[in-house]
Write a protein that binds this ligand. Sequence first.
Ligand SMILES: C=CC1=C(C)c2cc3[nH]c(cc4nc(cc5[nH]c(cc1n2)c(C)c5CCC(=O)O)C(CCC(=O)O)=C4C)c(C)c3C=C
Ligand SMILES: [Fe+2]
Ligand SMILES: [Fe+2]
Length: 340
Amino acid sequence: MSERGVLVVNLGSPRSTEVGDVRRYLNQFLMDPYVVDLPWPLRRLLVGLILLTRPKASAHAYASIWWEQGSPLVVITRRVQQALQARLKMPVEMAMRYGEPSIEQGLLKLAAEPGVREVLFMPQYPQFADSTVTTSIAEAKRVIATHGLQIKLNVLPPFYDRSDYLDALAQTTRPYLEQGFDFLLMSYHGLPERHLRKADPTAGHCLSSPDCCSRPSPAHATCYRAQCSYVSQALAQRLGLRDDQWSQSFQSRLGRDKWIEPYTEARLDELAAQGVKRLLVVCPAFVTDCIETLEEIGDRAREQFIAAGGEELVLVPCLNDDAHWVDLLQRWSEETPALA
Ligand SMILES: C=CC1=C(C)c2cc3[nH]c(cc4nc(cc5[nH]c(cc1n2)c(C)c5CCC(=O)O)C(CCC(=O)O)=C4C)c(C)c3C=C
Ligand SMILES: [Fe+2]
Ligand SMILES: [Fe+2]
């Protein structure tokens, strides 16, 4: 009997590629105030407008990458959970922030395990963002309070600066690089600039200058862009790349707000115009392949790059259920000190 359980937490996907299921998922996702951070009436209005057209387009995109067993993100997270369960002497569950299995279902399952008094909560995000990490923790706290669960939460912090994670990322990227590419683009999920400013505890550092992320600041503990830059530098260094052989960019922009730049879409055209023919793309904001990597980069970005004059764009798979990644999650589960 273990006093501890593990919850592997990811973002979540629609139940199916039916437009209605995608609309329900997008509504839950975008009505989260940590994602669309507007007062409720404005949020309702904006999300209502997005839901007029986006579900159909997203359903089509999901259908193009869907697997027989379901959404790649959910299927791969299940594999990670099962692989971890086979290695750890404590119950391991998985949960999604949106859709199912929900954080509520995951925590209730763990709380029902005899003896479990503490849950190691493992959000699968290398970098901090309110729209991923904070919202997942807030949902877990809501569930614990609502059900009066007698469990303590022990949260795995963002792991962008852990050398074992960076080594694993380099290890999955290196064999692709060795096939001979002109350039490596590190494409991260984007974020509205407003989210960076809101998360800045110094209320002034983030986005105060173009190089703010390379000037040391306590703001970087919660600065998504600084944490992405850290990963990019560390990965380039591990791969032995010169500064003119790689760059970082941000994808998946939604709406009209200004998001952090440079945008991946713009970089693809620039790189093709500069004569890059063989482009390798890695997506280090994701540890699990999903619509944003498989469809947005693997399919759409590839088409865009080739239409702009490039010859080949290859996507490096995420860490997924790679044995080295499961090794790390196992080690982190075992070495995280128990709460008093
Ligand atoms: C305001 C909108 C969004 C913010 C902010 C945002 C932040 C954010 N998201 C991820 C990781 C993932 N996002 C995924 C899908 C996705 N993201 C948004 C919007 C925002 N994300 C939408 C509308 C969607 C759905 C797909 C679509 O319609 O385009 C996914 C994949 C889910 C899947 O089922 O495969 C992931 C993973 C991060 C890391 C992040 C902040 C840094
Ligand atoms: Fe997203
Ligand atoms: Fe910054």
